[in-house]
Design a protein around this ligand. Structure first.
Ligand code: SD4
Length: 336
């Protein structure tokens, strides 16, 4: 039985520095434990982040990772995932993956069994099936129910604009209107409808890896890809600097490559908390109310996190396991 202790991060402005280290977004403690146990039993940092994210795919963490969550406009669940080796800067990513539950496993297969970096859509699923992943229906009673309720509520909320019929009142099919209206994007995203797992592992020798896995955004337009599988947006890892992983409104966040920015700030000497804050601040300049958070860790095992204070996010929770704790600890940071 895992015990979780809540420790406010202001008590440790730089975080504890203790390697090895596992850190992940949101209070997904079983994922942290899976990654930590993998490291403890001799697995690599890549194995650790893969196992950690895979645990969330099995557990359907908050319904926002793995099968049976976030049905799109047609009711289908599709998955995005990415894994990055900070030693070699190799990456494997999949987006809009259909029918395969183990998206992070497929991302790793893209990295290790092809010369490519990123596969998307139906063809990514065919690749996965050829690599031995089992094709299954990702729909569950829960996702069917979410979809049915959404249809009953006139397809609200949705992510359409500049179309007829008026998407704020009606379901599609939609057609474009000729004159584009002012973009007054209202975020339909909040702590309940939207999160993802982003994970970093660093071993004693300073090898760094990062990974993400998500089922994206509830009621997304089919084909939509979030920030999670985008290299430098959802996560980034470089064993000469550190790693970062982001969570939140991917449609906005991917425009700023926040994970890459944070890693480069750490390379330039910023401590992880400062690097995380700089990445959030960059987005805030343009989208003051965006929903999002980021975790950062450097190669000495210092870590931090930051989040944007938004109507639905005032405190961000994340998990840490390191040799000082030897068990997953729940951490929190106040958003700014
Ligand atoms: C996305 N950022 O698809 C991802 C997943 C998520 O919090 O929910 N992040 O936008």
């Amino acid at each position: 039985m895992l015990v979780i202790f809540l420790i406010p991060s202001f008590l440790f402005p730089l975080g504890d520095a203790s390697l090895p280290l596992v850190i992940n977004t949101w209070p997904f403690k079983d994922a942290t434990a899976a990654a930590w146990n993998t490291l403890q039993s001799g697995g690599s940092v890549l194995d650790a982040v893969e196992k950690g994210c895979a645990q969330c795919e099995i557990d359907q963490c908050d319904g926002t990772v793995g099968y049976g969550g976030s049905p799109d406009e047609t009711g289908e669940t599709t998955l995005d995932a990415m894994i990055m080796n900070g030693d070699t800067i190799e990456v494997g990513a999949v987006a809009n993956l259909r029918r395969i539950k183990n998206a992070i496993g497929v991302a790793r297969a893209v990295m290790e069994r092809s010369e490519h970096t990123f596969l998307a859509g139906e063809s990514a699923s065919v690749f996965a099936e050829n690599m031995g992943f089992i094709a299954e229906d990702l729909t569950t009673d829960k996702s069917l129910n979410i979809f049915a309720e959404w249809l009953k509520g006139n397809c609200q909320p949705n992510y359409r604009k500049n179309v007829i019929p008026d998407p704020s009142k009606h379901c599609g099919p939609y057609k474009p209107i000729t004159t584009l209206q002012q973009d007054n994007r209202t975020s339909h995203i909040n702590i309940h409808s939207h999160d993802t797992i982003g994970m970093i592992a660093i071993d004693q020798a300073g090898h760094v890896a990062a990974a993400t896995s998500t089922n994206g955004l509830r009621h997304k337009v089919p084909g939509r890809v979030g920030d999670s599988p985008i290299i430098g947006a959802g996560a980034y890892a470089d064993s000469s600097a550190g790693a970062a992983a982001a969570t939140g409104d991917g449609d906005v966040m991917m425009r700023f490559l926040p994970s890459y920015l944070a890693v480069e700030q750490m390379r330039a000497g910023a401590d992880p908390t400062t690097a995380c804050k700089m990445a959030i601040s960059r987005i805030k300049r343009h989208y003051s109310e965006f929903f999002g958070a980021i975790i950062c860790a450097n190669t000495t095992g210092h870590y931090g996190a930051a989040c944007n204070k938004a109507p639905s996010l005032s405190t961000f929770h994340y998990m840490v396991a390191d040799s000082a704790s030897d068990t997953p600890l729940l951490k929190s940071v106040n958003c700014f």
